[in-house]
Design a protein around this ligand. Structure first.
Ligand code: ADE
Length: 224
């Protein structure tokens, strides 16, 4: 099954250097995902191709107007069923749980927010979910859209290699991942913990579990 992403943005060119590399590039080649980027300005009815205006009630900055976005979403959606996401620092914080749920959808439409915000009637008429990628403010929703495409795509069956383990990954079981080591066994005096060289899988598993808990306690006690 192929998942389709439609991204609606005023900066259509900035996606490809990121999305046409590595795993996301291969996911497209393997037809696991299809990514389409739409230039919002092509949908505006304004003769100067404007997509923003001054806020009613006054205040600084500009607000994205409803018409181009609502028309773009309707046109892009057509008769398909699609979940419509708006990227905004005022949305629900994106977690691996959202990502997992999104990976089960067939069609995702992502609207990239800009300026001071978006006319509230966009949310009221076409948006299903507002998502923030963290408690900080970016210049626009393009990076968040890429974050969503990337995190969702890697969970689609067949995108990662067979041995990639999604079970032990950070955030599974609400724990951060245990530390990893590879060769050499001694790197400039810093040695790999003996247990990892022991070949005793039960002990290794216990050690990793304990390390995961300890790390989570130190770095992200809020997860416990
Ligand atoms: N747009 C600006 N900042 C953002 C954030 N943190 N998450 C999602 N969209 C945004």
């Amino acid at each position: 099954m192929m998942m389709r992403f439609d991204i609606i943005t005023i900066f259509p060119d900035i996606f490809w250097p990121v999305l046409n590399e590595s795993i996301i590039k291969r996911a497209q080649e393997k037809k696991k995902v299809k990514i389409l980027v739409h230039d919002l300005r092509e949908y505006t009815q304004d003769k100067h191709k404007k997509v923003d205006d001054r806020p009613f009630g006054g205040g600084p900055g500009m607000v994205m107007t409803a018409q181009p976005i609502v028309d773009a979403v309707r046109k892009v959606k057509g008769r398909r069923k699609a979940k419509v996401i708006l990227t905004t620092p005022g949305g629900n914080p994106l977690t691996q749980k959202h990502v997992k749920n999104l990976s089960k959808e067939k069609n995702l439409i992502i609207i990239c927010g800009h300026y001071e915000g978006i006319d509230e009637r966009v949310r009221l008429s076409v948006v299903d979910q507002c998502l923030s990628i963290g408690d900080y403010v970016l210049t626009g929703g393009e990076l968040p859209a890429m974050v969503i495409v990337d995190s969702v795509t890697r969970l689609i069956p067949g995108v990662l290699g067979k041995e990639a383990s999604l079970q032990d990954e950070t955030f599974e079981n609400n724990l951060l991942e245990y530390p990893h080591y590879t060769r050499p066994a001694n790197f400039r005096g810093k040695k790999v913990p003996n247990v990892l060289l022991s070949g005793n899988h039960k002990l290794i598993q216990e050690w990793r579990k304990q390390q995961s808990r300890q790390r989570t306690q130190e770095v992200r006690p809020d997860l416990l």
